[in-house]
Design a protein around this ligand. Structure first.
Ligand SMILES: [Zn+2]
Length: 234
């Protein structure tokens, strides 16, 4: 079961998609990080203005790392990576506006973001327990099928929490990008031509979340098949 060809057959395409998405986002970000916007603002300035214009008490801070940008709802802080924080490029401004989009979601009580936040603690417990339960369950199954199946199903239930989390992440990410594009266009931070570049960068970034969700769903499918296949063999 540790080197199961069925696993690679089912989950393989999603793993390939993940790699493609990673390359795609790096390329898109790299390409548009060389193009300075006509507005000439840094990512930090754009994020600051977006949250200020919306009347939000959100701080904008610099954080280390590449594409480590995120909005922290608990402390109401928008953390931007150095390249995004200081950059005046289409990529920097696009990512900064996307993160500001999460701050807007938070302020407006956007439901999928609330569900996602509520799922964070449950998901971390679930994904920590899922793999040990599945491993142990499949091993027990070879000796005691009925007991093994119970443990496997418990593992599958835990893993399902992670899948739900990945799926809820999708509307949250797409909506943040939608808000970013709208706010950049309405508040005149970028030109119409530059906005097309922003869309390309944000679409590429969204693909990494789609790939992660696809991988999670396919992994779940694999576990379900695997549990069912073993039962039929008995
Ligand atoms: Zn995001």
């Amino acid at each position: 079961m540790f080197f199961d060809p069925l696993y690679f057959l089912i989950v393989g395409p999603a793993l390939v998609l993940s790699i493609v998405a990673q390359i795609w986002v790096k390329r898109a970000f790299g390409k548009y990080s060389k193009v300075t916007t006509s507005g000439g603002l840094t990512g930090a300035e754009v994020a600051q203005r977006v949250v200020q214009n919306a009347g939000l008490g959100v701080r904008v801070e610099r954080v280390g790392g590449f594409l480590s940008d995120h909005y922290d709802p608990r402390s109401r802080v928008l953390r931007l990576s150095p390249e995004v924080f200081d950059g005046r490029s289409i990529s920097s401004v696009g990512v900064a506006a996307h993160e500001a989009g999460h701050a807007l979601q938070h302020a407006r009580g956007y439901l999928p973001l609330q569900w996602r936040s509520a799922l964070v603690p449950i998901t971390s417990v679930g994904s920590n327990l899922a793999w040990p339960l599945l491993m142990i369950g499949f091993i027990i199954m070879t000796m005691m099928p009925a007991l093994g199946m119970k443990v496997v199903l418990a593992g599958i239930a835990m893993f399902s929490l992670a899948v739900v989390f990945q799926l809820i992440t999708l509307p949250v990410e797409f909506d943040a990008s939608r808000r970013a594009v709208a706010v950049l266009a309405n508040q005149g931070f970028v030109s119409a031509v530059e906005l097309e570049g922003v869309k390309k960068v944000l679409t590429a970034a969204a693909m990494t979340y789609v790939a992660a969700a696809a991988a999670a769903v396919l992994q779940l499918l694999y576990f379900l098949l695997r549990a069912g296949v073993l039962r039929r063999n008995d």
